[in-house]
Design a protein around this ligand. Sequence first.
Ligand code: FA5
Length: 343
Amino acid sequence: MSYENSRVSDVANILHARASSLVNKAEILKAVELKGLLAELPTLPVEQRASFGKDINHLKQELQNIVNESADTQERLATIDVTAPFDVNVNGHRPELLPSTGGSIHPLMTEMDTILDIFYRMGFNAVESRQIDDDYHMFESLNFPEGHPARDDYDTFMTTDGLIAPAHTSTMQNRVLKKYKENLEKNEPIAVVIPGRVFRNEDLDATHEHTFYQLEGVYVDKGVNAGHLIATLKTFLEEYYQQQLKVKTQPFYFPFTEPSFEFAISRPESLRNGTGTEDDDWLELLGCGMVHPNVLRMAGIDPEIYTGFAWGVGIDRLVLMKYGIEDIRHFESAKLDFLRQFA
Ligand code: FA5
């Protein structure tokens, strides 16, 4: 840009040079030289003022363009890794999310989809569990009266208001039984699976996390027995692992099922990582049983007419075994080299 007035032209050269070395380009608009030119204007002979004023406006516009261009460039450069700590002291950086092509779905969620798909094909509906719940759903509705010693087996985290981070997805049993009990009046079963994130105050090791995922299942109808329970779980596991499995149940205790079982599979060769034999490597995968009559009653279902089964399986443990992962803590570790293997 050329200027009619040499005085403005001199100031323009100085300010262009200075702007190129400024980190925050907007500072140039406050330059004292610019203010000086504006102050000179009223002192000039009247006939020179119009051309001088026009030159100042041009210079201001040029400087403004420099500031605008620099802001655009900073926006383009400003991608920040959201997993890294954000430095609030860095000026001129506007954080942006990384493009979604840089990430992938967490392996536990991909596996959860596969598992839900199997149950959809078996005729189950899915209802997501809650990540914060209350004493009634965590204990009372599950036949743990106040002061019951088995409450201690589900040691979890609570808010100061007495809300509970659920230790298992069974907290949803009362809700789904109530929600779907009209199925029974239409001679249809209640068949629901409940995926959810659960929390426990736990001693951590390779198979125990404080935060993990479970899938609850509830099935109620007339004439349902433990044989249906075992057949349903065996069918599901064989579909998930894509092979025939040997299964066994052993007696256990849950206040909300009677009888209660632990359900184990004999780890087949392909899921054994070269250790043990098929006959000595029983792996406990889930807890299950026949829904306790009190649990049915609390949901308004007559246990003299209807019976049902329920189970709760740890998703992390299923996935550990499927891929031969040696430590459950990898899932929550945000180790990218681990997660990228599943991308
Ligand atoms: C229960 O949570 C019962 N609610 C299961 C149930 C549901 C029984 C319905 C009867 C009827 P348990 O505490 O055993 O039971 O946990 C069930 C499964 O969750 C375990 O078999 C295991 O696969 C998984 N699990 C339990 N604790 C952990 C943990 N700390 N880390 C990872 N997985 C765990």
